[in-house]
Design a protein. Structure first.
Length: 53
């Protein structure tokens, strides 16, 4: 996994949580993934609209 990726943060959080008994939500990677998903959705919607016309 790439350092700093949302997957890396999720796995790291799960491993750390399993040792400590507490799981902390990685807010920054979650926000970055949400923004990336929004950008991809906008691009797909825009390209689909161009095909339909």
């Amino acid at each position: 996994m790439v350092a700093g990726s949302p997957a890396q943060a999720a796995v790291s959080g799960l491993v750390t949580g399993s040792h400590a008994g507490v799981v902390h939500t990685p807010v920054l990677p979650l926000a970055a993934a949400a923004v990336a998903a929004g950008v991809v959705a906008a691009v797909v919607a825009r390209s689909a609209r161009g095909v339909a016309e």
